[in-house]
Design a protein around this ligand. Structure first.
Ligand SMILES: Cc1ncc(COP(=O)(O)O)c(C=O)c1O
Length: 398
């Protein structure tokens, strides 16, 4: 009788998995929850999601859709009516002529990052992306074997983008440039002049731009400016936007990309291969979100602005902390260099010893060293509680 070898239980992952990064916010959330299970009281300023409920007109629309049989598969690129609605919305807000066939609806904004990089980039290609920035950019660039080229966002430029530095980083291997405005984690916002200068610097090179505008409606001053709005730029832009932040719909998982129709077909193919489609009843509610009453968006924005102003006033009183006033999104990104502590160590200490969950700036790339990110998507009471705790911790330890 043949001797059967013991089956190996070792996990042999594909090499590419070693290149995949993560989003630290979710890890810190797990650690904070574990502390809570031990009886600790933690203020959650780590995760970037509105603390508001989804507006009721949107919830009702989804419930109604479920009761009316929107429980089946739909087209991979999204329901035609929603694609049409998004095309109209983007045409108005970005002053372009977007068509339904240029829209791909996906489960959240994130898949547009995943699919775009997967569809366009390969080994040998360089991708320029903001750093500090949303960690999924760098993770995905590495995952597909392309070369990440960070462009540093600097506090002395209000965390906009240094166009000259961008220019120096563009090479004949640059395939994609990622922009994000309003920006996570800094709250920096690109103005019209910035967007124009970025376009000029790229010139007529064969480079596409992924413009992550998921916070486009979370703007505290001025107007939103998209590179897509510039003449001749629509064909070269992949616009990422969605429902998560604007309508407090993070858990619904719905976002979209708007891009040239031929690319949209390939992104849809990636959808067919991965998710089949975005949940049908949520898409019906997505139409209501865009077409229905928008007053809740204004109400949430006003509240975020009130919290921003309160946080700004208090954090700048705390020894070792200095913070700019963000112009958009819902994050505060104080400079903590004068505390003398490295960012990660300080974030860990604030969680373990002060019960405040914030993120190290390094969770957003190497240029985030010297900063912490606090999400202000939490109640004013909790924000004040967190600031009391940080203040007390600093007085005791620094
Ligand atoms: C800059 C940026 N892009 C994309 C996303 C992803 O959004 P979604 O939750 O819709 O996938 C986030 C979420 O935090 C973000 O901050």
């Amino acid at each position: 009788m043949a001797v059967i070898d013991k089956v190996s239980t070792e996990l042999h992952l594909a090499k590419r998995m070693s290149r995949l990064g993560t989003e630290t916010a979710f890890e810190v959330l797990v650690r904070a929850k574990a502390l809570e299970r031990q009886g600790r009281d933690i203020v959650h300023l780590e995760i970037g999601e509105p603390d508001f409920d989804t507006p009721s007109n949107i919830v009702h629309s989804a419930v109604d859709a479920l009761q009316h049989g929107w429980t089946h598969y739909g087209p991979s690129a999204g329901l035609p009516d929603l694609r049409e609605t998004i095309a109209d919305y983007v045409s108005t807000t970005r002053r372009v002529k977007a068509k339904a066939e240029e829209v791909v609806v996906v489960p959240g904004g994130k898949p547009i990052i995943f699919y775009t990089i997967l569809a366009l980039c390969e080994p040998g290609d360089e991708v320029i992306y903001p750093n500090p920035g949303f960690p999924i950019y760098e993770s995905m660039i590495n995952f597909v074997g392309a070369t990440p080229v960070p462009v540093q966002l600097r506090e002395d430029l209000d965390f906009r983008l240094d166009v000259n530095e961008l220019k120096s980083l563009i090479s004949n291997r640059t395939k994609l440039i990622i922009l994000n405005s309003p920006q996570n984690p800094t709250g920096g916002v690109l103005g019209q002049k910035d967007v124009r200068e970025i376009a000029e610097v790229i010139g007529d090179r064969d480079i596409m731009v992924l413009s992550d505008e998921i916070y486009s409606r979370l703007l505290f001053e001025g107007d939103h400016h998209s590179i897509m709005s510039l003449p001749d730029w629509k064909e070269r832009t992949i616009l990422l936007d969605g429902f998560s932040k604007t309508y407090a719909m993070t858990g619904w998982r719905m976002g979209y990309g708007v891009m040239r129709a031929d690319l949209a077909q390939h992104i849809s193919r990636l959808m067919t291969n991965s998710n089949s489609c975005t949940a049908s009843f949520t898409q019906v509610a997505g139409i209501e979100a865009i077409k229905g009453d928008q007053s809740s968006v204004d109400t949430m924005n006003k509240e975020f602005m009130r919290r921003r102003d309160a946080f700004y006033a208090r954090i700048n009183q705390i020894k070792g902390f200095s913070c700019l006033k963000p112009k958009g999104a819902f994050y505060m990104f104080p400079n903590i260099q004068k505390t003398g502590w490295p960012s990660k160590k300080l974030a860990d200490a604030l969680l373990d010893e002060a019960g405040v969950a914030a993120l190290s700036g390094t969770a957003f790339g190497a240029f985030g060293e010297g900063y912490l990110r606090f999400s202000i998507a939490n109640s004013m009471d909790n924000i004040n509680k967190a600031l009391d705790r940080v203040d007390a911790w600093v007085k005791k330890n620094l």
